[in-house]
Design a protein around this ligand. Structure first.
Ligand SMILES: Nc1ccn([C@@H]2O[C@H](COP(=O)(O)OP(=O)(O)OP(=O)(O)O)[C@@H](O)[C@H]2O)c(=O)n1
Ligand SMILES: C[C@](O)(CO)[C@H](O)COP(=O)(O)O
Length: 264
C-alpha cells in the first residue's frame, strides 16, 4: 500500500478520485488501556488500522483513503502502511495518503477532509476503531450517497433498553443516578461507521462546527445541525467499535470465525 504524502487530485491509478474514505486514527485509546495508540494495536498480528484501510480499499467505489494519524505519528503510520500490501486488483488501484490528526475526533476528520481533492464527490468517514466492517456495508453506504442522500449512516437496532438519567453532581456526586425517562427502543438505532456524505455537505458541517465549537460525537450529528436529512442504512454486527479490552477479544473471535469460514 503506497502511503504517499502527495495530496494530488487523482488516485494511484491516475483516474479521478470520486469517492474517498477518511479514516480518523489519531485517538489515544484511553478506554482500551495502556499501550500503543489504539489504531496500531494488532488484531491477529495485523494492526487495527491496516484492517480498516483494507475494508475501505476493498470497496469498489473507494479510490482514495486518507488516514489521519496521531499528530506525532504520521511518519510511523506511513512506514506501517507501506509494510502491509493491499491485495487484489481493486485495492491495488487505491491511493493511501497519511496526514497528522488533531486533539479531537472532529478536528482529525477536518484535517483528513482537507486532504481530499476537489474531484471527490462522496466522502466516507470511518473509524479505524471499527476495523472489521464488512465491505458490503461500506458499499451500501457509498451507494446510498451516490443515489442522492447527502448524509448516510449505517446502524443497528438496539438490543438493550436505554434509560435517560439525571447525573448526580456536587455533594450528590457518586450517588445512584435517577432515571428520568425511557426512550422507545424501537425508535433508536446504534450508529456505526463508515458514515457517508456528499462532500460539500460534510465540509459545510465541519466549517459550521469549527466556528461554533458545538462538537458532536459523530459527523452525522454535525450535519444534522445544518438541517440536512441524515438517513440510515443497515449496519453490521461485525462493524462494532473496539473501545474497551473486551472488544479486542471479540475482534479476535470474529477474525478466527472468518478464517474458519474461509477454510484456513
Ligand atoms: N483526537 C482523535 C480522537 C479519536 N480519533 C479517532 O476516532 C475514532 C473513534 O474514536 P474512539 O473510539 O473514541 O478512539 P479514541 O479516542 O482513541 O478512544 P478513547 O476515547 O478511549 O481515548 C478512532 O478511530 C480514533 O482513532 C481521532 O482520529 N482523533
Ligand atoms: C462515530 C461513532 O463511531 C459513531 O458511533 C462514535 O460516535 C465514536 O465515538 P467515540 O467516543 O469517538 O469512539
Amino acid at each position: 500500500m503506497s502511503a504517499t504524502p502527495d495530496h494530488g487530485g487523482s488516485g494511484a491509478s491516475g483516474r479521478p478520485a470520486r469517492t474517498a474514505a477518511v479514516i480518523p486514527a489519531a485517538g489515544r485509546g484511553v478506554r482500551l488501556g495502556p499501550g500503543a495508540p489504539k489504531a496500531l494495536r494488532p488484531l491477529s498480528g495485523t494492526p487495527m488500522l491496516v484492517h480498516a484501510v483494507r475494508a475501505m480499499a476493498g470497496s469498489r467505489s473507494v479510490s482514495l483513503v486518507v488516514v489521519v494519524a496521531p499528530p506525532d505519528g504520521a511518519d510511523e503510520v506511513r512506514r506501517l502502511l507501506d509494510a502491509y500490501p493491499l491485495s487484489g486488483s481493486l485495492t491495488d488501484t487505491t491511493e493511501v495518503v497519511v496526514v497528522p490528526g488533531g486533539e479531537t475526533r472532529q478536528e482529525s476528520v477536518r484535517k483528513g477532509l482537507a486532504a481530499v481533492p476537489e474531484t471527490v464527490t462522496t466522502v466516507l468517514v470511518h473509524d479505524a476503531a471499527r476495523p472489521l466492517v464488512p465491505v458490503d456495508t461500506v458499499d451500501a453506504v457509498a451507494a446510498a450517497v451516490r443515489d442522492g442522500s447527502p448524509a448516510v449512516v449505517p446502524a443497528l437496532p438496539l438490543t438493550d433498553t436505554v434509560k435517560r438519567v439525571e447525573p448526580r453532581t456536587g455533594e450528590r456526586a457518586g450517588e445512584p443516578e435517577p432515571v428520568v425517562g425511557t426512550p422507545e427502543r424501537a425508535l433508536l438505532r446504534a450508529v456505526q461507521t463508515p458514515q457517508g456524505f456528499d462532500r460539500a455537505t460534510l465540509v459545510a458541517a465541519h466549517e459550521k462546527i469549527a466556528l461554533e465549537g458545538e462538537g458532536a460525537t459523530d459527523d452525522a450529528g454535525m450535519v444534522e445541525r445544518l438541517g440536512v436529512e441524515v438517513v440510515v442504512v443497515p449496519g453490521h454486527e461485525e462493524a462494532f467499535k473496539v473501545t474497551r479490552p473486551l472488544d479486542l477479544v471479540l475482534a479476535e473471535a470474529v477474525l478466527a470465525r472468518r478464517r474458519a469460514n474461509d477454510g484456513f
